[in-house]
Design a protein around this ligand. Sequence first.
Ligand code: HAS
Length: 549
Amino acid sequence: IPVADRKLALWNIGVAYTAFLIGTLAGLLQVFIRNDKLELPAWLDYYQILTAHGVLLALIFTTFFIFAFFVTGFSKSLGAFGPKVLLWNWIGFAVMFGGTVLATVMIVSGKASVLYTFYAPLMASPWYYVGLALFVVGSWIMGFALVGHYWRWRKEHPGELSPLFAFMGVSTIVLWVIACLGVVATVLFQYIPWAFGWVDTINVELSRSLFWYFGHPLVYFWLLPAYMAWYVVVPKLLGVKVFSDSLARLAFVLFILFSIPVGFHHQLTEPGISNFWKFLQVVLTFMVIIPSLLTAFSMFATFERSGRKNGGKGLFGWFTKLPWRDVRFTSIFVAMAFFIPGGAGGIINASFQLNEIVHNTLWIVGHFHITVGTPVAMTFMGVTFWMVPYLTGRKFSKTMARLGFIQIGTWAVGMLLMSTSQHILGLLGAPRRTAYAGYNNHPSALEWFDGLLTNHVTMAVGGSILFLSAMLLIYIVIMSMFLSPKAVEAHEFVEFPMADSDKEATPAFLENWVLWIGVAFMLIIIAYAIPLAQMIQHAPPGSKGFITW
Ligand code: HAS
């Protein structure tokens, strides 16, 4: 892809990994605070660090990385960006970056210790919300610029289905834009007026609901780019085609439809929403599991095809024929393996009654470390190994590959230790979002930590291994960006592994955006219109729809 497009992608990667560096450092501090091994100076507190950890890793690292991947993949699959597309991408990047700096400064200076969910009535500096709004607007500008590039391609290729990568990228951007409507509404119309003091009160239930209208599809905004690598990159590494082009497109369409009208499954214990609406959204949540099951099926089929092609015999012989020595593949495979318990945990969370047991406990923290923290993050690591050298034209040496193996190995071990103990502690009853390391030395709380896996030492070991792994990754990124020798011979250049996808049997209606966006809005209206109207209507008299705290 052209130098100008590479530069744009590399800047996005640079910001992503800077956020990753600060975010993982905050993670390390947290483990030690929770173990009572670290006392913080007066200007720093646990919630400040927890907010930095959540925002920088879950929002900033992911989003900038995702755009780097999209820029690279759109340019590769649809052709070089025109000057307008490039300009708007840079404008979007600058706005997003400005918002990131503003929000980060507020967090670091202790004026926004509200965690990444920023639940009211916790109040941050108004500039924190302004920073978040700029971040979202910037991401929209970049998203629309990419969609513009896709649109030009479609005009030039009438009647043709777009390349699979671009289709999936556009689906993810569509999902992101619709999802952000909720967070934009609550930030602009509730938090900013409230934090600047223009109004005295805030309707808490409404703000939480608008947040989770956004918050759940947010997790699929992280997941879908990882799925793009699974569907498009993995088959190429395995030497086969995409298993089924139409299945892949259908899975992404199902995410557009079902990932948004499900936010109430984060609010099942809240009294302000009636059971009927919660139940409806729980049912829709079970619908959004289907595209992940399709993906699992598709991955196993891809592995089997490749393994058999390479001589694998019998029921499972193909398994041994997969390219285990290729760090680009192995990293993604381990990522997928983590998503089996990760997804199962999600199904437990979504089950109305079981949610009573796990909600607001450390179980949830365990859940998101084996969803976004490993399947997504480790897929991004696997992509980093080839994408950065591809963009810089530098070599990815055998030594780097070995370091890559150590990096993903340590990440996997660290996450396994840490998330297992979090799941167990959660089932025992340990609450989340609390700074109390030993829960005030409550006798039953002290018993929780007796177990081998829930032991303070095990958790600290897990957290420290993770931090070392993160530093190793930063080293690999810096080498691939600036220091590794430039590739000269043809075989030294790292490629973008993009598999062929047979579009012949794919029905054209799968790319009918008006249809899918229309159905998505219908489902959103069915799931949300009445309960949100009730929240506004049932606010206490005299508060003009805002609840006083
Ligand atoms: Fe979740 C809470 C339900 C998926 C992230 N989730 C969270 C939070 C985060 C998060 C960050 O219903 C905390 C929010 C907060 O701060 O409060 N989640 C689900 C469900 C799914 C799910 C039903 N979550 C994710 C993903 C995330 C993520 C993905 C990030 C990327 N989650 C919930 C619920 C809550 C929740 C409740 C609220 C809980 C509460 O009370 O607060 C589903 O999408 C999961 C479907 C996935 C599968 C797995 C398919 C498996 C595949 C791998 C195949 C493997 C292969 C390799 C091929 C069914 C695709 C083979 C290897 C071998 C070794 C054999």
